[in-house]
Design a protein around this ligand. Structure first.
Ligand SMILES: [Fe+2]
Length: 364
């Protein structure tokens, strides 16, 4: 047994009893408070096409800690808008990795206007729905990754350049009908017009090194293995691969090039949040949205998703600040071709039609 080096002063028996009673009273009060808090704990319901265990948790947990409310979620991979249409008040807040879906939901009258001066002040207008029914909470670029050993950034320029014969047999990409590529090809059609957009998609297909297969990271692996020299990928995969011991070599071998910086800019994919028609927890729902729009919320978002913040005062993830350095960009900032989300509705189907008509996935 350890001995105490200083003499211990024993409290009197009465004092000890009073202390014990005092402690018991405090414990009872705490229990009663906790019971009351449990009985009263409010629940905010979220519906999302992001996965619960994945990127959303840190943000929801931070909001729970701040608000004392519990956040319960319905998480689904597909069919977000249909679910919202079938059960419009099932959730208070809707969170999507694809802002086009909230544009569609807004057009179908499934979203309420967000009344919040804090959000209005925090979110730049290009990221806010013109009628205030949803806002973009982060975005990622869909850009060119190149094999540093075989391609100089000075050889690269625009998306349209990828259709030129000099890239014949040198490009890797996942399936043309995957959501990511439909989002990109839809923006080609919307921004460059249907004719030029179609020529670009077909030219890209002509230049593939192999029939599309695998996910985005598999394209970086193929580049690392020398199967191709360019790949179309989302920006966040570079830091994610760099942080993964098995994939770090793929990231190290790949440069990231932001296309069309002398032209209209690079295309991005936007994630977004909005309010459903449920009103019971409107104050809490707005609280969550305000947290997501806040500097702290955006920092959490950048850390969790490796997306870019919509706030000018929140810098890119430390592993992404130097992306684009080799082409003269600074601080990870790049020019964006903002295709309005309202203009995106419908182009996805057009893009899918083009992909099928030209047999994008059957090319060699
Ligand atoms: Fe992804």
């Amino acid at each position: 047994m350890p001995t105490l080096s200083r003499p211990r002063v024993e409290p009197t028996r009465n004092l000890r009893i009073r202390r014990r009673l005092g402690q018991a009273a405090i414990a009872l009060t705490a229990l009663a408070l906790a019971g009351g808090a449990l009985a009263q704990q409010r629940v905010l319901r979220v519906i999302s096409d992001r996965t619960d265990q994945g990127v959303l948790r840190p943000i929801l947990q931070a909001f729970e800690a701040r608000s004392g409310a519990k956040v319960e979620g319905v998480f689904m991979d597909q069919g977000l808008v249909n679910r919202l249409e079938a059960r419009p008040t099932e959730a208070d807040v809707v969170i999507t990795k694809d802002a086009e879906l909230l544009e569609i939901a807004a057009q179908r009258g499934l979203l309420d206007k967000i009344e919040s001066p804090a959000i209005k002040a925090a979110i730049p207008p290009e990221f806010m729905d013109s009628e205030g029914r949803y806002f973009v909470d982060a975005f990622r670029g869909r850009v060119i990754f190149y094999a540093k050993a075989r391609v100089e950034p000075s050889e690269l320029s625009s998306y349209e350049d990828l259709a030129l014969p000099k890239w014949k047999g040198r490009i890797c990409i996942r399936s043309g009908s995957h959501d990511y590529n439909l989002a990109l090809f839809g923006q080609f059609l919307a921004s460059y017009g249907p004719e030029r957009g179609r020529v670009l998609i077909a030219g890209l297909a002509d230049n593939l090194a192999r029939a599309p297969k695998g996910n985005d990271r598999a394209q970086a692996q193929a580049m690392f293995e020398g199967k191709c020299d360019l790949a179309i990928m989302n920006t966040y995969y570079h830091p994610m691969m760099a942080a993964n011991p098995e994939q770090k070599a793929w990231a190290d071998a790949a440069g990231v090039f932001f296309p069309s910086q002398q032209g209209k800019g690079a295309f991005v994919m936007r994630s977004a949040v909005g309010l459903t028609k449920a009103r019971d927890n409107r104050d809490l729902a707005i609280g969550l949205l305000e947290y997501i729009a806040s500097r702290e919320g955006q920092e959490t978002m950048v850390k969790a998703t490796r997306q870019y913040s919509v706030r000018n005062d929140v810098p890119p993830h430390p592993l992404m600040v130097r992306l684009g350095d080799a082409q003269g960009l600074r601080d990870g900032k790049f020019k964006i071709d903002f295709v309005p989300l309202a203009a995106m509705a419908g182009v996805r189907e057009q893009a899918l039609r083009v992909v099928n008509e030209i047999g994008f996935d059957d090319r060699q």
